[in-house]
Design a protein around this ligand. Structure first.
Ligand SMILES: *Cc1c(COP(=O)(O)O)cnc(C)c1O
Length: 485
């Protein structure tokens, strides 16, 4: 095995700026005043805020040091399952920072921002084509927000038909946001269990589907990284009782250019641009969760919508059945540019290849590690695979211990203890952007950790050993948070 990446070295401690400050230090000299002094408003005079006095070098070093404590996908492999922490090419950031885009005010009249509107118009069409649906709104600002928007569309559809329904079916392999979004829209989520294969069976859906059920929310591929193979049959059952099929498409990274969601019975779905389409994410955003729909739902899409009229683009509010606005202005515009740029630079062939490689990489990890870690469902996976700590429990080594130890080997831990259907889950999503060399190193690290679990379990109980911050007491951190630093 190659030398582990290592996490020690010149990582410096850093106090708070308040502890660092010294009266009279100054980071920036203002030019000499050339106007008469004028007193500030009454409220602003008196004691100013307690800001520390700091020199420029104090401030630059402070933030640079803090930034070196972070781990991100630009630092190394970040195999978080379900989150698609793939590398986002920097060229897309560059396009998003073009002055014409960054300087455009959202209240500009349409005639002064034709380029921005054209980009949005074309981008909607690209997403519609990629998903195989009929129309798209770009407004929602995140995946869960897209789900809520989709639920509102489904609600509006039933309302127009005069049939108010009260329930939504949500399988146990759905993302946690699904039942929350359904509930926020006033629906009662009805759980349904996946089968031994880790997918939904048509029979299980038929059992709970009735005429008071507005539809089903299916995460596909699901959170076990498995494709819902019986989705067409399930959609037929739901449709036959007047219900609708919502697809949580956050995992579309596995199926771009391969599955046409519109053709397998999906009525409404969201995409997570910040996962699949080149926007670095985490730390609270910004994200973007466009919603793609079949024709019957188009009248309900949020307004304003970008419309083409004689070669010009306008923003139209003229959709009387619309659910209204779901975000300020047009949604996360900067994210749209990155995603648009990503799609243009990849083209249809490479988008499909990206999905194929994402699936290949996950299956490679699954095959190479399945004799080392217990594999929850031993069948071909999509973009992620789920292991568990079942075989290590005899040594009293748990998923958490192995995840923490991975940091000593220079890898961000994968998603752990999710999905809930697998006890002690370790969910790995390598993504298409990791090289075989890096994936091999990750595999070797996990093999070494599993060996350590058998030989010296205490080593794992105390991990991480070489990180700046050692094992945290997560219960105390939640119960008695220290917010001062
Ligand atoms: C990430 C994710 C979501 C939630 O998306 P946010 O942008 O974090 O709101 C929903 N469903 C699935 C399957 C996801 O992976």
């Amino acid at each position: 095995m190659k030398e582990p990446l290592g996490t020690t070295g010149l990582i410096l401690n850093e106090p708070l700026l308040w502890e660092k400050g010294k009266k009279g230090r100054c980071g920036y000299s203002l030019p000499r005043r050339d106007v008469e002094p004028c007193p500030l408003d009454q409220e602003l005079t008196g004691e100013g805020p307690d800001f520390p006095d700091l020199s420029e070098v104090d401030v630059v070093r402070h933030y640079t040091r803090l930034s070196q404590w972070n781990f991100g996908v630009d630092t190394g492999m970040y195999p978080l399952g379900s989150c698609t922490m793939k590398y986002s090419p920097k060229t897309n950031e560059r396009q998003a920072s073009l002055l014409g885009f960054t300087g455009a005010h959202p209240l500009l009249p349409a005639r002064l921002c034709q380029g921005a509107l054209k980009m949005m118009f074309e981008f909607e069409q690209y997403l519609t084509e990629i998903t195989g649906m009929d129309a798209t709104t770009l407004q929602p600002a995140a995946g869960a927000h897209g789900e809520l928007c989709g639920m509102l569309l489904i609600h509006a559809f039933h309302k127009k038909k005069g049939s108010q329904r009260s329930k939504i079916i949500v399988p146990d392999t759905a993302h946690g946001t699904n039942p929350a979004s359904a509930a926020l829209c006033g629906y009662r989520p009805v759980p349904v269990r996946s089968n031994e294969q880790g997918i939904l069976s048509a029979e299980a859906v038929a059992e709970v589907m009735d005429e008071d059920t507005a539809g089903i929310m299916v995460t596909n591929p699901n959170t076990l990284g498995l494709f819902e193979e019986d989705i067409q049959e399930i959609a037929e059952i739901v449709h036959s009782k007047g219900g609708l099929v919502y697809c949580d498409g956050a995992n579309v990274n596995a199926v771009m250019g391969i599955v046409q969601m519109g053709k397998i019975g999906i009525d409404v779905m969201q995409l997570n641009l910040h996962k699949t389409f080149s926007t670095p994410h985490g730390g609270g955003g910004p994200g973007s969760g466009p919603v793609c729909v079949k024709n019957e739902f188009e009248p309900f899409l949020p307004v304003p919508r970008v419309v083409e009229e004689n070669g010009r683009y306008i923003l139209s509010e003229n959709y009387p059945e619309s659910v209204g606005k779901v975000a300020a202005f047009h949604g996360s515009f900067g994210v749209m540019i990155k995603a648009y740029s990503y799609i243009c630079s990849m083209g249809p062939k490479n988008l499909k290849k990206a999905s194929q490689l994402a699936v290949l990489n996950a299956n490679y990890i699954k095959e190479r590690l399945k004799g080392t870690l217990h594999l929850a469902y031993d069948r071909p996976c999509m973009h992620e695979c789920v292991f568990s700590d079942k075989d290590q429990l005899a040594h009293k080594v748990k998923t958490l211990d192995m995840a923490k130890r991975l940091m000593d080997y220079g890898f961000h831990p994968p998603t752990v203890y999710f999905p809930l259907v697998v006890h002690g889950a370790i969910m790995v999503e390598p993504t298409e952007t990791e090289s075989k060399e890096d994936i091999d190193q990750f595999i070797e690290a996990l093999k070494a950790i599993v060996k350590e679990a058998g030989e010296d379990p205490d080593l794992l109980h105390d991990a991480p050993k070489s990180c700046k911050v050692k094992r945290l007491d997560e219960v105390a951190a939640a119960r008695k948070p220290c917010l001062a630093g």
